[in-house]
Design a protein around this ligand. Structure first.
Ligand code: ZN
Length: 892
């Protein structure tokens, strides 16, 4: 069909031809709730921001070079809470077309309408505007400390649009020219090195930064304020990089000196990454910013990575757990410089690839740099942790369509980070470490400074490793939800080679709506077994419902472990004899095989396929394993399963837990290697906080009292930093109001992130209802930073002892509480607060409660559905197995 418009234009005099180019009517269309489309694309940004963090607003002038595919009367772009005072377009001949700007959708979709059609081709969009600073650790936010005002940014996923208008999608990667007008004396840090400063007539200073490489909006960062800037000199050249890279640390005034540990360990971690990737750090400089606000972790902004202070401010004597957190998070963020920054996902449905990769790579790099840091099983533990969520019927698949702006935040979950990391580790093991690395390197080479999809990555790995069959395995794990459950039955029929009869289905716990025979994966499967007294293994690609696997032995194995070295992302189940032989040999399993055994045993109990008796004896055996994290995992499963116990029966259960864990704790006495330190802290917490060991609590209460100065001056040396949280927990639970008051006062006065972390963790475990009211008042009065209040609320809701009273408070002050939660966490964290409930009535009630706040929690649906399902599953397990569990623990 030809349009009438074409005929009119064909006959028109030359003068009006320009306006007669084909044009699209955009102004009457509905705002796009997902991707903006491709009819207009940016090619460069020029951004000048005036930032004075002591004020409530900032202002900006932005010019965006764009290309229009066809003439248009309006364009959709992103902008949120921007007060635009001027907007116009200049075409290639510098002709001005006036325009208007209107925010049309709450997620930040705005319409720029032109006074006449904007022509196809290159042009420039001009904006002048002002906007409020964010106060909830998102977008461009400001923080006051000791009378000083600081500003910093957090853009991922979609907050850049609150700072400048633009095309706020990862697929639009273009260069940025950034300049900032700041107060004299304020430091200004941006993505690239500063190239000039100029004093302006009003005394403020214009800082201009070098043009960036092509970047998406979400990776731009700024920090402005009286920060300490520590110049750490150059990161030296190495076998991969022939040039030095300037390294700096940025922290709130007075704290620069505490960046030394983070700075001096950076070159080693970075070099481990460069060696793996085989290409140098891609950007011109590296700044590490310790943001004076708790914004929830760290962010891989190009050249200017931001961190919670807890992850940056420390020294050689800081607690091992804090230094481990630094090493893994720092390696994670720096690995994004290649994977995420240099090669960026086309759209948010592939954010999993960014995060899965970085979650897997962080442990590889941290382990290479610091082998004693115990990172080698962290990816496996992360994957086992993700199986909790992945067991739900409402679990999302790793690669999930994102069609709506409101769905973007819920794409950042355990499945994205940890399941994805586990799947990468499984495939790496299958194709071989070197071959997988070749695939990664090929991927970076193919897509540097550009974008790539999951298919591109899979193709790179398949080509780089020369293993095309890996594609099917990859897809089967990223494009369907759920944990594969492999049942393995040993067949030792006389005269035949011993073999395993394998069957796969989707794992489903008791009470789950998952269909019993759902799901089919292409699983890189490996079994380990003991035959004739030696350990052997056999592997196969298991790609149908049922398959048999011949074992490489003539003798019938005495023990079979159906996930050799724990490399497979799946659970297993065995017959009674199979379980019993693993339970009997549990302490001799390798740590990785012990971890997956613990998980599969727990899963089998929750599915009703092993008895409570076998469950308790298996976990008890694992508590006696030599590896710190196996012991921690086993006690963790016991703590979690205690949710199905009625509160009236908790006393005897705590006693049974003490009987299980005390002998293991006693054997630790005197050991000081890093494994023992990590285990000591975890077992101590289990015995004191979960098993309520009164004899152990008494001396800790005295330490807590001395540390805060309950009867005199505070004596910080009375409690070691690594045990501080447990010691303060005893204080908070056993020493009453005077202790609570003092501790709260000291938290409010302290800017020591490690102290705050431990003390707030302890405060969140208080149980006295009267004190809980005081804690709630402190939360509402804004005494905690950004994400700290989430931790308080989460822990109070998540413990059986305090869930009910906290729920009552939530109902009372719901609106105020929701408003205080940082925006990026609102819709995906708040609904999960109901996770601790264990009755069907509570599930219904919680559902109604969250739904009544739908308007304040855009995109809450999935997290609520998962929470409701979790409550129902708990209720089902309680009904089916609660009494058996008590009996297995020797109660009744
Ligand atoms: Zn990440």
């Amino acid at each position: 069909m030809k349009s009438l418009r074409w005929i009119v234009c064909a006959l028109a005099p030359i003068a009006v031809l320009a306006a007669c180019q084909p044009s699209t009517t955009v102004r009457d269309s509905a705002p796009p709730v997902g991707q903006l489309g491709k009819t207009v694309a940016p090619t460069r940004y020029s951004i000048e921001l005036s930032i004075d963090p002591s004020k409530d607003t900032f202002s900006g002038k932005v010019v965006i070079d764009i290309t229009l595919k066809e003439a248009q009367d309006a364009i959709w772009l992103h902008g949120k809470n921007l007060k635009v005072s001027e907007v116009y377009l200049t075409d290639a001949e510098s002709n001005r077309i006036d325009a208007s700007y209107e925010e049309r959708q709450e997620s930040g979709v705005a319409l720029v309408t032109f006074a006449k059609n904007a022509p196809a081709g290159a042009s420039q969009l001009h904006f002048a505007y002002s906007a409020p600073f964010n106060t909830a650790a998102n977008a461009l936010f400001k923080v006051e400390r000791d009378g000083n005002y600081y500003a910093a940014t957090q853009f991922e996923a979609t907050a850049a649009r609150q700072v400048f208008p633009g095309f706020d999608e990862p697929g639009f990667k273009v260069p940025f020219d950034i300049s900032v007008i700041a107060r004299e004396g304020d430091a200004v840090v941006a993505t690239t090195p500063e190239v000039s400063t100029k004093e302006l007539a009003d005394g403020s200073v214009l800082h201009t930064f070098a043009r960036t490489r092509p970047l998406p909006t979400y990776l731009i960062a700024l920090a402005v304020g009286p920060y300490d800037v520590v110049d750490f000199g150059m990161i030296p050249v190495n076998s991969v990089r022939d040039h030095e890279v300037p390294l700096r640390g940025i922290a709130a005034k007075g704290l620069g000196g505490e960046m030394q540990y983070a700075l001096k360990n950076t070159a080693g971690l970075l070099s481990a990454l460069e060696t793996y990737f085989g290409t140098p750090y891609p950007y011109e400089k590296l700044d590490l910013i310790a943001v004076p606000e708790s914004f929830g972790g760290a962010m891989e902004n190009v050249g200017a990575i931001t961190y919670d202070e807890y992850l940056m401010l420390m020294d050689d004597n800081s607690p091992l757990d804090q230094r481990r957190a630094y090493a893994s998070v720092h390696a994670h963020e720096m690995s994004h410089m290649w994977f995420g920054d240099l090669v960026t996902p086309m759209w948010w449905n592939d954010i999993w690839l960014n995060e899965s990769f970085a979650s897997w790579m962080e442990n590889k790099a941290a382990h290479a740099y610091w082998p004693e840091g115990q990172f080698d099983r962290e990816t496996l533990k992360g994957a086992l942790g993700a199986m909790v969520n992945d067991s739900l019927a409402s679990a999302r698949q790793i690669r999930e369509p994102v069609n709506n702006n409101d769905e973007i935040n819920s794409a950042f979950d355990d499945i994205t980070y940890q399941k994805g990391g586990g799947v990468l580790a499984m495939l790496e093991h299958y194709v071989g470490e070197k071959q997988f690395q070749a695939g990664v390197r090929l991927h970076l080479k193919r897509h540097a400074d550009s974008t790539a999809t999951a298919e591109d990555f899979i193709a790179s790995v398949a080509t780089g490793s020369d293993r095309p069959e890996v594609e099917a395995a990859f897809k089967s794990f990223i494009e369907q939800p759920g944990v594969p459950l492999v049942s393995a039955k040993l067949d030792c029929t006389d005269g035949q080679t011993p073999r395993l009869e394998l069957h796969q289905a989707r794992y489903a716990p008791l009470g789950s709506p998952i269909k019993p025979d759902a799901g089919e994966w292409t699983i890189p499967f490996c079994a380990a077994y003991i035959a004739d007294g030696t350990r052997k293994s056999s592997c196969a690609l298991f790609d149908r419902k049922e398959q048999s696997l011949d074992l490489a032995t003539g003798a019938c194995p005495t023990q079979v472990h159906p996930n050799a070295d724990g490399t497979g992302y799946y659970r297993f189940t065995l017959d009674e004899a199979g379980w019993q032989s693993l339970i009997a040999g549990a302490t001799k399993l390798s740590p990785a095989e012990a971890l997956v055994f613990a998980d599969s045993l727990d899963a089998a109990f929750r599915a009703g396929t092993v008895s409570a008796k076998a469950y308790v004896s298996g976990m008890t055996a694992l508590v006696n394993h030599s590896a710190w994290d196996v012991v921690a995992a086993a006690t963790g499963y016991l703590e979690e399963v205690a949710r199905i116990i009625d509160p009236k029966d908790l006393g005897p259960v705590e006693q049974a837990f003490r009987a299980i864990a005390t002998p293991r704790y006693a054997r630790l006495a005197g050991a000081s290697d890093s494994e023992s330190q990590l285990l000591h802290k975890r077992l101590q917490r289990f015995l004191i906080v979960v098993a309520k060991d009164q004899a152990m609590r008494k001396p800790l209460a005295r330490q807590a009292a001395r540390a805060v100065g309950l009867n005199g001056k505070p004596d910080p040396s009375a409690a070691s930093a690594s045990e501080l949280e447990t010691i303060f927990t005893v204080g908070v639970q056993d020493l009453g109001e005077p202790f609570f008051d003092l501790l709260l006062k000291q938290i409010i006065a302290s800017e020591d992130p490690e102290f705050r972390n431990s003390a707030i963790g302890a405060l969140a475990r208080l149980e006295d209802p009267a004190l809980a009211r005081k804690l709630e008042a402190a939360v509402l009065a804004g005494k905690f930073k950004g994400t700290e209040m989430l931790r308080v609320l989460g822990r109070q809701m998540n413990r059986t002892e305090t869930a009910e009273q906290t729920y009552a408070w939530l109902r009372e002050d719901d609106k105020a509480i929701i408003k205080m939660i940082p925006e990026a966490f609102r819709s995906n964290i708040f609904p999960t607060f109901g996770n601790a409930f264990c009755t069907n009535d509570r599930a219904d009630e919680w559902q109604k409660f969250v739904e009544s706040h739908a308007a304040e929690l855009p995109g809450y649906e999935r997290d609520l559905a998962q929470t409701i399902e979790t409550i129902h599953l708990c209720a089902a397990l309680k009904q089916a197995s609660g009494a058996d569990l008590l009996a297995a623990l020797g109660i009744h």
